[in-house]
Design a binder for this molecule. Structure first.
Ligand code: UDP
Length: 319
């Protein structure tokens, strides 16, 4: 398959491209490099440096594609609350431009990068796909809006899609690692502290109703996440009608404090901590029930152990 990967120069996108190429597919990375990195584009992939709202570039890139994996998006919860227009424009308006270009060129299979943020403050754990969606910020809201648009596009235009609701992507592979500027995600922040690049880690709240008071999340290795995109593409090509899937390792998740302990142990370094206030919009616990994707697509996480996930992220960072 020739697959257009929007956001393919980003953290998860470069992991998806790596999986596609390793499975014998061709990949065209479409990225405006707003957050992505040119050197994260796999040398065996084609590269189009353009924005999704550049209609000419988009149409040229999409003609000849068999399928699309759409990851290009803004993805910071706090920023989305401050600047909702930015999120609606990039995550909804640009997404619809992509879906419309696909219709025009007869490209019928789309894998969409969605998020656990579509659930908002969940009523129960672990979260199932049938649980209510009630986003608490524009990031989750815009991802859900596009998921919903895709359902209508499927019914009306036959554009079939699978939305993958990511929980907490973490870890690195030989070719893909987290390099956000500024970095806000827990695992890389903690490892930056271990490497001495930042003086300390601030824990955003230690008064949550969890065993140690810090938030619990479901960490999934980026290569496990990336492989799910490939399985989703294969399923679409085999006639899968489309839908939404949670993507996390499940179990009981790990607290912020547990992540820090594991990072201390893996790096062999001290990590200085500060307890700060809660970060607005953070639910206490977010853990996936991923039975549906396991059952329907045969997906299984291979790197479930937090130690392995953190170790892979530490490898390229260690001094
Ligand atoms: N977190 C923290 N300090 C940091 C970064 C994150 O305490 O410097 C916490 C955050 O409040 C959340 C968890 O770590 O409970 C995971 O946050 P992250 O931003 O990595 O992912 P999110 O769950 O927001 O997608």
């Amino acid at each position: 398959m020739r697959v257009l990967v929007t956001g393919g120069a980003g953290y998860i996108g470069s992991g998806v491209v790596e999986e596609l190429l390793a499975s014998g597919h061709r990949a065209v990375v479409y990225d405006n490099l707003y957050k992505g990195h040119r050197d994260a584009v796999h040398p065996a992939a084609e590269f189009v440096h353009a924005d999704l709202l550049d209609a000419k570039a988009l149409h040229a890139a999409i003609s000849g594609a068999d399928a699309v994996v759409h990851l290009a998006a803004h993805s910071l919860v706090g920023e989305s609350v401050q600047e909702p227009a930015k999120y609606y424009r990039n995550n909804v308006v640009a997404g619809l431009a992509l879906a419309d270009a696909m219709r025009e060129h007869g490209v019928r299979w789309l894998v969409f990068s969605s998020t656990a943020a579509v659930y908002g403050e969940p009523a129960k754990q672990p979260i199932e796909e049938t649980d209510p969606t009630a986003p608490t910020n524009p990031y989750g809201e815009t991802k859900l809006a596009f998921e919903n648009a895709l359902r209508w596009y499927s019914a009306a235009y036959g554009l079939r899609s699978i939305s993958l609701r990511y929980f907490n992507a973490a870890g690195a592979t030989a070719r893909c690692r987290e390099r956000h500027e500024p970095e806000t995600h827990l695992v890389p922040v903690v490892l930056q502290a271990a490497a001495g690049r930042i003086p300390e880690v601030t824990i955003f709240g230690a008064d949550y109703p969890t065993p140690d008071g810090t938030c619990v999340r479901d960490y999934i290795h980026v290569s496990d996440l990336a492989r799910a995109h490939l399985l989703a593409l294969q399923a679409l090509a085999a006639g899968h009608a489309g839908g939404s899937y949670n993507l996390g390792c499940g179990g009981s998740g790990y607290s912020v404090m547990q992540v820090i302990e594991v990072a201390r142990s893996v790096s062999g370094r001290d990590i200085r901590l500060r307890i700060g206030p809660r970060r607005p919009g953070d639910p206490a616990v977010l853990v996936a029930n991923s039975q549906r994707i396991m059952r329907d697509l045969g997906w299984r996480p291979r790197l479930q152990d937090l130690r392995e996930i953190v170790r892979s992220a530490w490898e390229p960072l260690k001094p």
